[in-house]
Ligand binder design. Sequence first.
Ligand code: UDX
Ligand code: UDX
Length: 471
Amino acid sequence: MHSSSRTSPIRICCIGAGYVGGPTMAMIAKQCPDIPVAVVDLNQARIDQWNSDELPVYEPGLQEVVAEARGRNLTFSTDVEGAIRSSNIIFISVNTPTKMHGIGAGRAANLEFVEKCARKIAECSQGHKIVVEKSTLPVRTAEAVKRILSSASSGATFDVLSNPEFLAEGTAVSDLLAPDRVLIGGESSQAIEQLASVYERWIPREKILTTNLWSSELSKLTANAFLAQRVSSINAISALCEVTGANVDEVARAIGTDSRIGPKFLKASVGFGGSCFQKDILNLVYLCEHFGLSEVAKYWEQVVVMNDYQKKRFSTRMVRTMFHTVSDKQIAVWGFAFKKDTNDTRESAAIYVCRDLLEEGARLMVYDPRVSEKQIRQDLMNVFKASSGEVSERHRQLIEKNVTVVKDAYTASNLSHAIVVLTEWDEFKKLDMQRVYDQMHRPAFVFDGRNVLDAHTMDKIGFEVHGIGRS
Ligand code: UDX
Ligand code: UDX
């Protein structure tokens, strides 16, 4: 029994003001004007951005949500300890990147930040608190979090809940406003009820699912694995389409109308990206191996193998099609984000395609409506890093001399030999393609890694169009 937390009014804090923590807390604050919501982060620059008109995260509609609640019941600061002290529900929403070194390197999740949060909470807390895992975590992480919390010397008591976030970037606001479901896993029904009471302010009760802790943790990994698997499945078929004369978009439509399969996540592409899919599958693979389930591990690992193949296949096809050389050819890169409507580039297929083209000596004119030049250069620098962490002088030169970041799609295509579409931004569909064609070299190649341009119109203008999954 923890009567204090049950009777005292809810006060929320969230550690980690990233792509998940920021938007999620902004929505809770908007929907619950009487609940104070303090978002805290170690990174002062990021907090300053959350307090400005230039939010660190681009999401359609987010600016309005933040503007409504900020200063009323939503605050952003670096005062982690103060926020922990004054809250009774604490969300942990720090990042959990794939480990780069040591045991499980390249697969396991790095839980260092989560553990540090738990220790900080143990150190600063008094009375009773509900600690909520919002970050995606390996199954049974809550066990470790509980043990760390139980070492609190102040005598504070804790309930640990798992409440994974299912929002997708680019649609975060609508996903948070009307989620398919909210998942809460935990042992204490009282704690579950208290967290559910927050979401119930705007989400119908029947959409709030409750499970045990381990099911909740595992469901998040499983959901992402299934979604990524669909993309890899249709991408595998796209390779077959290219050699047989079938059209992958037609195949997707044909199978998607089967209500057992359904139409979503069947868009063939140059490969999935984002901070979650690959990380979570590798994490799942690592878990399976840990428990001796090597066939299960191999099964899921293939989803990532197929994705790497798809990216490589795409850049190889470009080079092959352009008479086996792109050396000193100018290529317009349209889009760098991992999907439209976000400024996020983590694991974006664009990074890998650009890497391959640079290695082949191409000159890249990159345009993305939301991604900064600084980010693009940093991502390319990172992808060329050797295991020692060093970037060779040759690669440095390539990035400096052969990458130009421009402000619009027309400038990018001017005097280019080819256009490669790597993000499905809506604005690419509205361009004057005759104008684009007129300023390009001949043959004017287009490699549409997202199948967003109208191939028929492009053919008529004179482009040589190569889409995904079309011969
Ligand atoms: C989230 C989830 O946490 C991750 O598990 C999930 O798989 C993807 O989404 P995200 O919000 O995208 O991560 O991460 P990021 O944008 O990197 O934000 C994390 C924030 O936590 C950063 O601003 C970082 O400064 C902050 N942080 C990290 C802390 O405040 N303290 C720490 O100890 C570590
Ligand atoms: C994903 C999950 O959808 C979300 O529920 C979870 O909380 C976080 O991970 P996110 O990575 O933000 O969200 O975006 P998502 O829309 O899932 O797209 C992931 C990648 O798959 C993108 O690169 C996207 O372009 C690609 N994709 C998606 C395809 O190539 N084809 C599709 O049909 C769908």
